[in-house]
Design a protein around this ligand. Structure first.
Ligand code: NDP
Length: 451
C-alpha cells in the first residue's frame, strides 16, 4: 500500500520536473533515481515536505549561459556554448567539474550538477554543488587552440566564480592542461593568485593525489563493499571502461590491490588483455592518452592483444566492473551479460554509467552495486582537500592526502550502510547514498530559511 502511494508521488513529482525541464532527459533520469529513494524518506519526515526542499533542490540556484568566441589555427572564428550551473550552496561554495565534449547540453550539465550536490554532501566536506562546461571538442585541436578556447571561456566565467563562491575542477575533456590555461587567465583578469580551481599543477597550488583520487577512491569503495562479504579485490578479474583520468588510476589501484584489470576502452572500442594491464603497460596507456593523445587501439597493436572496434567491454567474463568512461554506458543487456558471466561487484567511477534498467537488474540479483555518487566521490573530496591546503597555504604529503581520501571513502561507505541496509542485511547503496547525501543539505536549507 505504502509502496503504491510512493510510486504515485514519484510519478506526480516527475511529471512536474519533466514539464518544467522539457527535453532534458539525463536530468530527468538523475532526478528520478534520487526521488525514488527520497520521497519515502520525506513522507516519514514531513518537515522537509512542508519546506518544499525537494522542489527547491531540482531548481538550480543560478544558471549562467554564455558565448565563447575564439580563433583557430587557420585564422577562422569559432563559436561555442559555455555553461555554469550553480545548483546548491546550502553547505558550501558551489563545487563541481567542467566538461568539454561535443555532446554537452544544458540538460546533461544539470544532471551532473544535481548529482554533485548529494555527492559533495556525502564527502563530509563543506562543498555545495555545481557543474559547467562547453560543447567544445578538444580532440584533434592543437595546444594553441585549446589555450585560446580556455582563455575565452574564462574571460566570461571569471566574473561568476571565486574561492568562496564557486570552485570548478576538471571532468571529461578537462585535465591538467586545460586547468592550467583556465587558471592562468583567471589570475590575469583578477590579478589574484587564489584557489579558484582544483586539479591544479603541483607547483602552483595543486594537491598531491588529486589526479589519482577518483580512480583510487572508486577502488577503495569496491574494497569496502567486498569486505561486507568477507572478501577482497585480491585475485579478482576487473573490467575497466575508458582510458582517461579515472580509468587510468582505477587500473593502477586495482592492480596494486592484487586484482587483474583486463580491459580498457575509448569511444572507438576496447582492448582485452587477458594477462592483465600491469604497471608497465599502464605507463604506456598514460603516455598514449595524456601526451600523444592517441587511440586505445594502439595498445592492441603494441602488445598483440585483441581490439573490439565500436564495442564496450561488458561481454568479457569478470568478477568486478569498474565503469569509468561516461553516462549510460551499461544498459540492461550489458548488466544481464555481466551477471551471467559471474560479475558481482559494480563500482562506478563515471557519473551515472548504468541505465535505470541496469540498476534494477543489479538490485534483483543482490550484487554489490556502488553508484557513482558514492563510489566516485573521492575526486571531489580530494578537491575539497586541495581547497583546504590552498586556504592554509600548506601542502600535505602524498601519504597524508591518500590517508584522508581512504578514510573519506570508508566514511561514505558507512553512511550508505547506515541509511541503506535492508531487513535481510542487503545494502541498497542507491538508497543509502541518496538519503545520506540529502539529509545534510536539507537540514542546512531548513536552517537557512526560504532562500
Ligand atoms: P577523461 O576525458 O579523462 O576520459 C574519458 C574517457 O571516457 C576517455 O577514454 C573517453 O574516450 C571515454 N569516453 C568519453 N565519452 C565517451 C562516450 N560517449 N562513449 C565511450 N567512451 C567515452 O574523463 P574522466 O576520466 O575525468 O571522466 C570519466 C568519467 O568519470 C565521467 O563520467 C566523469 O564525469 C566521471 N568523473 C570524473 C571525475 C574526475 O575527477 N575526473 C570525478 C568524478 C566523476 P575518448 O578519448 O575516445 O573520448
Amino acid at each position: 500500500m505504502a509502496n503504491q502511494m510512493h510510486d504515485q508521488l514519484v510519478k506526480d513529482f516527475m511529471a512536474q520536473v519533466i514539464a518544467k525541464n522539457q527535453g532534458e532527459v539525463e536530468f530527468h533520469q538523475a532526478v528520478e533515481e534520487v526521488v525514488e529513494s527520497i520521497i519515502p524518506f520525506i513522507e516519514e519526515n514531513p518537515k522537509y515536505k512542508a519546506a518544499k526542499i525537494l522542489e527547491r533542490c531540482v531548481e538550480p540556484e543560478r544558471v549562467i549561459l554564455f558565448r565563447i568566441p575564439w580563433v583557430d589555427d587557420k585564422g577562422e572564428v569559432q563559436v561555442n556554448k559555455g555553461y555554469r550551473i550553480e545548483m546548491n550552496s546550502a553547505i558550501g561554495p558551489y563545487k563541481g567539474g567542467l566538461r568539454f565534449h561535443p555532446t554537452v547540453t544544458l540538460g546533461m550539465l544539470k544532471f551532473l550538477a544535481f548529482e554533485q550536490v548529494f555527492k559533495n554532501s556525502l564527502t563530509t566536506l563543506p562543498m555545495g554543488g555545481g557543474k559547467g562546461g562547453s560543447d567544445f571538442d578538444p580532440k584533434g585541436k592543437s595546444d594553441n587552440e585549446v589555450m585560446h578556447f580556455c582563455q575565452s571561456f574564462m574571460s566570461e566565467l571569471f566574473r561568476h566564480i571565486g574561492p568562496n563562491t564557486d570552485v570548478p575542477a576538471g571532468d571529461i575533456g578537462v585535465g591538467g592542461r586545460e586547468i592550467g590555461f583556465l587558471f592562468g587567465q583567471y589570475k590575469r583578469l583578477r590579478n589574484e593568485f587564489t584557489g579558484v580551481l582544483t586539479g591544479k599543477g603541483r607547483e602552483w597550488g595543486g594537491s598531491l593525489i588529486r589526479p589519482e583520487a577518483t580512480g583510487y577512491g572508486q577502488v577503495y569503495f569496491a574494497e569496502e563493499m567486498l569486505k561486507t562479504r568477507g572478501d577482497s579485490l585480491k585475485g579478482k578479474i576487473c573490467l575497466v571502461s575508458g582510458s582517461g583520468n579515472v580509468a587510468q588510476y582505477a587500473t593502477e589501484k586495482a592492480t596494486e590491490m592484487g586484482a587483474k584489470v583486463v580491459t580498457m576502452s575509448d569511444s572507438a572500442g576496447f582492448i582485452y588483455d587477458p594477462d592483465g594491464i600491469d604497471a608497465e603497460k599502464l605507463a604506456y596507456v598514460m603516455h598514449l592518452k595524456n601526451v600523444k593523445r592517441g587511440r586505445i587501439k594502439e595498445y592492441a597493436d603494441k602488445y598483440g592483444v585483441e581490439y573490439f572496434e565500436g564495442k564496450r567491454p561488458w561481454g568479457i567474463k569478470c568478477d568486478v566492473a569498474l565503469p569509468s568512461a561516461t553516462q549510460n554506458e551499461i544498459d540492461g543487456d550489458d548488466a544481464r551479460t555481466l551477471i551471467n558471466n559471474g560479475c558481482f561487484v559494480v563500482s562506478e567511477g563515471a557519473n551515472m554509467p548504468s541505465t535505470p534498467e541496469a540498476i534494477a537488474i543489479y538490485m534483483e540479483n543482490r550484487i554489490l552495486y556502488g553508484l557513482g555518487k558514492a563510489a566516485n566521490a573521492g575526486g571531489v573530496a580530494t578537491s575539497g582537500l586541495e581547497m583546504s591546503q590552498n586556504s592554509l597555504r600548506l601542502s600535505w604529503t602524498r601519504e597524508e592526502v591518500d590517508g584522508r581520501l581512504h578514510q573519506i571513502m570508508k566514511d561514505i561507505h558507512e553512511t550508505c550502510k547506515k541509511y541503506g541496509t535492508e531487513e535481510d542485511g542487503y545494502i541498497d547503496y542507491v538508497k543509502g547514498a541518496n538519503i545520506g547525501g540529502f539529509v545534510k543539505v536539507a537540514d542546512a536549507m531548513l536552517a537557512q530559511g526560504v532562500v
